[in-house]
Design a protein around this ligand. Structure first.
Ligand code: SF4
Length: 215
């Protein structure tokens, strides 16, 4: 049998593959949406706000994290407010700006909608430990590159956190250290959206990334 000719660069085929995974994730989002009575953007806003604490987020931050325009974010925020899923508070020092925080009702809807057994989670669960860890490291690398290019906001990942010391320990199973909880942890425990994240300054982030890569 003739070896199939490959008309696409591997980056193109990877992009196509990621697009298929994205499709499965969108189906999961719509299924959660049907169960909750909120649309996927409204659910994404509640997910973003969950764990942000009493300060919540501003409309501009929400729009940037979701990759949508401020008017689109505002429409969804207003809809969530009408459904009593969130509240707006005036920004300290700027009464024209608002902070958005979820209500107990909103968080309850979010929790009830997350069954944790969607298509994407099932496919990820079928990978073995090594494959999961390799995929996590690849995703961290890709997300970091996107945020360095300022295509996406800084994510609450260990590699951008001032509490993170990569490869601080000789233990190969738990080489990293989190100074927030003062504990060692392993590669597969690296966080992508940690509520205790404290953004390091740009120079520290670059140094941490170099140490992480060198390890
Ligand atoms: S606080 Fe969170 S993001 Fe920061 S190092 Fe610890 S686990 Fe990672």
């Amino acid at each position: 049998m003739e070896t199939p000719r490959n008309p696409h660069a591997i980056t193109e085929r990877l992009r196509e593959g990621l697009s298929r995974i994205g499709m499965a994730m969108r189906i999961d989002e719509w299924n959660r949406s049907k169960a909750s009575g909120l649309n996927p953007t409204q659910l994404a806003i509640l997910t973003l706000l969950e764990g942000r604490g009493a300060d919540g987020l501003g409309v501009r931050e929400i729009a940037a994290h979701l990759g949508v325009s401020q008017p689109t974010a505002t429409d969804s925020i207003n809809a969530l407010e009408r459904k009593a899923c969130l509240k707006k508070r005036p920004e300290a020092g700027d009464r024209r700006a608002v902070r958005v925080v979820p209500t107990a009702e909103g968080l309850a809807i979010l929790k009830a909608s997350d069954t944790g057994d969607g298509l994407a989670a099932t496919a990820l669960g079928a990978l073995d430990d090594r494959e999961q860890e390799d995929l996590l490291l690849t995703l961290v690398k890709m997300i970091r590159r996107l945020q360095v290019a300022e295509a996406i906001p800084v994510q609450r990942m260990c590699v951008t956190c001032r509490h993170f010391s990569p490869f601080a320990h000789a233990d190969a199973a738990r080489p990293h250290h989190c100074h927030f909880v003062d504990a060692a942890f392993g590669q597969r425990d690296l966080r992508v959206d940690c509520r205790d994240h404290d953004e390091a300054d740009p120079a520290s982030r670059a140094a941490t990334w170099d140490a992480f890569q060198a390890g």
